[in-house]
Design a protein around this ligand. Sequence first.
Ligand code: PEP
Ligand code: MG
Length: 880
Amino acid sequence: MTLDSARNVYSFSEGDRHQKALLGGKGANLAEMTRLGLPVPPGFTITTAACRAYLAEGELPDRLIGEIEAALHDLETAVSRKFGDPADPLLVSVRSGAPFSMPGMMDTVLNLGLNDRSVRTLSQQTGDERFAWDAYRRLIQLFGKVVLGVPGAVFEEALAKLVAETGAADESGLAASDLRELTDTFKAAVGAASGTPFPQDPHEQLRSAVEAVFRSWNGRRARDYRRMEGIADDLGTAVNVQAMVFGNLGGDSGTGVAFTRDPATGERVPYGDWLEGAQGEDVVAGTRITRPLAELSERFPECDSQLLDVLDTLEQHYGDMCDIEFTIERGRLFILQTRVGKRSAAAALRIAVEMTDEGLITQTEAVKRVLPAQLEQLLHPQFAPHARYRVLTRGLAASPGAATGAVVFTADQAEARARTGEAVLLVRPETSPDDLHGMIAAKGILTSRGGLVSHAAVVARGMGRPAVCGADEIEIDLEKRLFRVGDFTVVEGDVVSIDGGTGEVVVGPVSVVIPKPDGTFDRLLGWADGLRRLRVRANADTPDDAARARAFGADGIGLCRTEHMFLGERLGLIQEFILADGPDEERHALDRLEALQRADFAGLFRSMHERPVTIRLLDPPLHEFLPDIEELAVADARGELDEASQRLLTAARHWHEANPMLGTRGCRLGILRPELYRMQVRAIVGAAADVAAEGLSPRTEIMVPLVAATGEMTMLSALIRDAAEEAQAAGDQRIAFKVGTMIETPRATLIAGELAETAEFFSFGTNDLTQMAFGFSRDDVEGRIMPRYLEAGVLPADPFRRLDRDGVGRLISLAVREGRAVRGSLETGVCGEHGGDPDSIRVCHELGVDYVSCSPYRVPVARLAAAHAAIGAESTGASV
Ligand code: PEP
Ligand code: MG
């Protein structure tokens, strides 16, 4: 690839916020703030196109170097200083800025332009020798690490050694002479570790730093982050070169981050952290104790009121919660970056609804701003309010949700143990972007240091991972792999629980509850309901499930799996039916089952009242209701079986099949044992009559599973109508009902037109349909085959999670089209697990089915996802 545009470098005074693809998010927003007249230090942006060209060619094209030098010249003119001038040096920062926000994932180098000569000028100009040497050693440290690949520990150890030797409490206690010595140590370390001396030529420093930032696009943590957030790998990053301002220039300087609203709760109050006498990275690194934004006015009253104005301007201008990085240099405020801020799920919901009430955004925009995954988090488990547990210690409630897991102390350990299926909790003093893979693998994150804007907190919130940060009573011993709180010791592998909504840290597992959503939740979902085309039903098997589904706003029941009603004490009855010796015995068992089922179905109809209830006639293989053959055979060999158990063993052997998922299940069962289905139909029709007699309006849909041939459907449809007649002839009130079929076999999709002559609705059982379309066993494939397939890119996603649009989707689309051609009123839905998955819901929307059906807890998520599909909203968290 070569440079394709006439220009690859833009001054901040040229672009605007809509140019994120070219200038990156940071560059576009710096340009926008410059346009708004906000106090942004001047600078320029090297485009993402330049990055792509660099990555393709492996070197900076000459023309680009020329453009950078020209932009640098303009910057020198703007600030009346020269880059590399030993008498009055211009210093710059070099920061990455991708089109999508990737906080902390790529590299930054500060204080570029310093060298052995200009460090002395800086010292004279500022009258602060300590500051100048500190700035220089930071440059060598960052440059060494980022550009020359020297391990960070080399610098950290040298620094720690010097602090120990001088007897200072920490690095802030080092004198100018110590820092000068440290600079020499760092230079020597860079030379030794990289084989390249630290470059004294500022132009060379700049070119190398730009290349390093470009390269960091393909670094491991950036790639991990992109995979997690669904960001494309081929976008590239822009690079921002900006005149340095210093928050560590004596006592009347400082630096901080601020949000226009509270990013954890969404409350409409500016929120942030700052540090006096510090440089940007110190705030987010979590290594120093920050002060709350509310205290800025005590120290810097003028800057504080100017900052509040800036926050207000930005929020009004962007119509969203923004965050900024600011620096105060000698009493003067500068804004170094802004972006639409990351927020917790609770904050996303509250901000969206409140901004709508404030007239800042529309209801549709509000719906767009809450992602289905965020809503899901709000339904996340939390510690049960009355659960009994002993709080070991507390930290900051950094990211909501409760998590329990075995303690591990490194990201690699977290990844390795999680791979074996173990739930782990990552415990660190603080996290850095290098820990990302461990944070992804862990159920929760616990840090002993760092605030609510520390890396751990920000990243965990974005990922929806529960996190407790800054639990400062915890003393971590990384070497011995343990932590202590007072006298109590927790070693690696011990189970610990955290509640990221309260900050509690608890030893051992804790019982959890799903929180009850508040009014904001219902309002946003109400707006979503007004936007969606797809209806959302629930898969509910019991009256309790049905009541929960209604509370979550289900439009009906899309699937009642009646086999779930035959568990527990009813198992004996179904076994009696299977073993029945002649019609009388069979009738006896069925009569008792009918009474129980009739009561169950009535409960479902009552919960749903005027909404449809689809009841599927019994589906799974009968052998599932019989005991394990091996166990019985062993007992038999020992002569321990009584007569009843002997009969069970004989029946279990009789019904045994090599491939039960393709065996006597679904409608095949109804054809082999018609009395079972007749009983179920009588119970359904009878229950509907009971509920209608109470003045309610049941809407009954009877569904035949696993149909593959037209003959199955016509035979069973006749059976159903006949059994209903029988029930009604016996005195039940006449009720209307529909008879439909599940579409779960590929053949059923191909003969959908014929099936629609009998079936009044289709419900796509996409679990079985996926199983049979791919020929993957739905019970086994995820164990061994799917992980390898996904890793190797053989499949883009697990088709049992995300509906396979190209294959299974095509079958569905064919069946919908051909079915509707025969029966215009044919209703269609998807009731496999895909019905609750946001990406699959989008596919369902596009396929034109009428509804999706999912577990009750996923109904709110599905309502929102259906609205997102209808308004074409992005469903990933990759916003800028
Ligand atoms: C399906 O196959 O998608 C379905 C909903 O039925 P079950 O999961 O009960 O087989
Ligand atoms: Mg099925």
